[in-house]
Design a protein around this ligand. Structure first.
Ligand code: SF4
Ligand code: SF4
Length: 501
């Protein structure tokens, strides 16, 4: 793959602080086997989950297969996304067989063009949340173990068949969640000097430095800070690195979307020109040109915020009342149909309807119906749904995690054949404190979203900004109030049910 970058805009995080220059940590991350070490640990954990899921106690609160992914993973992942970045994708165990598959695949084909978008990812998220409720995955160690196996197989097969990392980029629901919310993270991949990229011949960051037969090449690149150049020897060999699996080109990265933080680009660049930089959290959300204006990208971001509400709604009493009234008034007794109706409405129809409705009204109120298309208007406001969406998920996942953060210890003890010390590890954070954390992230996310929406409205409509903002502000406010209402209700403590319920 060859790309001409000379006429393309360059992007660089503002702070310039290079995370990979931190002693020891930077070396570990940059090391050839740095990622593999993280993946090996998480793969070992995934295998332990599968074993416990099959042979351990079929009790949600006492089995690693249910406690680790449905309580601890989800709680920790939102905290890590907020404080560091997409570290789960960096250490993702599902990409270990993927890497193996890449070595075996002689020459894969491209993922079908018509599917190179986020529609499958939206469907995957919908299916995962649907099955989570319908099959009570949180309560079944056995089914959760099967879900993990399906993940490994799907990742392996897709990597065997296609050249790019199609599973990560287009299918994986966990990756899609992490991609969207890593846009609030304080780190981002970027290049140190765009001038070096302009003269780089192989563009190894995206093409890779892996070669079955060793090859050597000379690149004439600028010496940064001077007018001079130097010749640099570039070697490719079987020990080389694959290029960016999700096909991001380092000098043009504007966003964390689609970046799995694998650092392959860092290792593949022969000029040591790529690194992981600290930045203002959520920087790209206020950059109008950071994201694609495609419908699928906008709907993914907006629908994910609504899915945060429906996911929490499925655990509070009004959900069961609604289920009952659908049965009594309309005779719909099948749980499958009821869930399909509720989730189909809340996760697909409502977000799409709200986005198109708000865009239509905003253009109508400001008299701009002919200037921007509905698609462009929705795309411009879509980033505003990230902070609030993240706040909703954070408030929900943090609740389940903080209610019993130590409970993973006795579960591990029992998995290892010891007696679980439940008494010591059954502590919980004060519920008032958890409530305050939920309120802070929810209101904080809402205010951040409002600020982004306001800036977008002013940019699009100038003096008519307030009128253009109103429909979007209404949608964001309703989302926030609905979430808050849900979080004030008694919520099922899934995975810790037997202990606290
Ligand atoms: S990041 Fe490295 S490999 Fe990629 S274009 Fe720039 S110099 Fe070349
Ligand atoms: S190779 Fe691609 S996915 Fe991996 S860190 Fe670099 S840009 Fe991100």
């Amino acid at each position: 793959m060859t790309q001409n970058i000379n006429n393309m805009p360059q992007y660089r995080p503002q702070s310039g602080f290079d995370v990979l220059q931190i002693p020891i940590l930077g070396r570990i991350l940059r090391h050839r086997y740095g990622r593999l070490s993280m993946q090996s640990i998480l793969t070992a954990i995934a295998v332990a989950l599968i074993i416990d899921g099959f042979v351990g106690p079929q009790s949600a609160a006492r089995n690693l297969a249910t406690v680790a992914p449905w309580v601890h993973y989800r709680g920790i992942v939102v905290i890590v996304l907020l404080l560091a970045g997409n570290l789960f994708c960096m250490g993702c165990p599902f990409t270990v067989p993927r890497t193996l598959a890449k070595r075996f695949a002689v020459k894969g084909r491209r993922f079908p063009k018509v599917l190179r978008n986020k529609w499958i990812a939206i469907a995957s998220l919908f299916i995962l949340f649907f099955l989570y409720e319908y099959l009570d995955l949180w309560a079944s160690p056995l089914l959760t173990a099967w879900v993990i196996i399906v993940y490994f197989v799907a990742s392996f097969v897709m990597e065997l068949v296609f050249t790019e990392s199609a599973f990560c980029k287009y299918v994986c629901p966990l990756g899609s969640f992490n991609f969207v919310y890593s846009t609030v993270s304080p780190t981002q991949i970027a290049v140190k000097s765009p001038d070096i990229c302009a003269t780089c011949v192989g563009k190894e960051c995206v093409n890779g430095s892996y070669s079955a037969q060793p090859t050597i090449r000379l690149d004439t690149i600028p010496i940064v800070g001077t007018d001079q150049t130097q010749d640099v020897e570039v070697k490719h060999s079987p020990q080389g690195t694959l290029g960016c699996g999700t096909e991001l080109f380092a000098p043009q990265i504007r966003t964390n979307m689609d970046c799995s933080m694998c650092l392959d680009c860092v290792r593949a660049c022969p000029h040591e020109n790529v690194s992981l930089f600290a930045r203002m959290p959520g920087r790209e959300l206020s950059k109008p040109d950071a994201w694609s204006r495609r419908w699928d990208m906008s709907i993914l971001v907006i629908a994910l915020a609504f899915m945060g509400v429906s996911n929490a709604f499925g655990m509070v009493p009004p959900y069961y009342e609604l289920q009952e009234s659908l049965a009594i008034e309309y005779g719909i007794t099948s749980e499958f149909v009821v869930l399909l109706l509720i989730f189909g409405f809340m996760n697909i129809i409502l977000p799409i309807g709200a986005a198109i409705g708000a865009a239509y009204l905003g253009r109508l109120f400001t008299g701009m119906t002919n200037r921007d298309s509905l698609r462009d208007t929705v795309a411009a406001f879509a980033p505003a749904f990230v902070p609030l969406g993240f706040g909703i998920w954070f408030a929900h996942y943090a609740f389940h995690f903080l209610i019993g953060p130590g409970l993973i210890v006795p579960v591990i003890q029992e998995f290892l054949g010891q007696t679980g010390d439940w008494q010591t590890w059954s502590f919980t954070l004060p519920t008032d404190l958890i409530g305050i954390i939920q309120l802070v992230v929810l209101v904080g996310g809402f205010l951040w979203s409002m600020r982004l929406a306001n800036n977008t409205a002013l940019r699009l409509y100038r003096r008519g900004g307030l009128l253009g903002l109103m429909p979007w502000a209404f949608v964001l406010l309703m989302l926030m109030l609905a979430s808050w209402q849900i979080f004030t209700l008694p919520m099922e403590m899934r995975g810790t049910l037997e202990l606290f319920g």
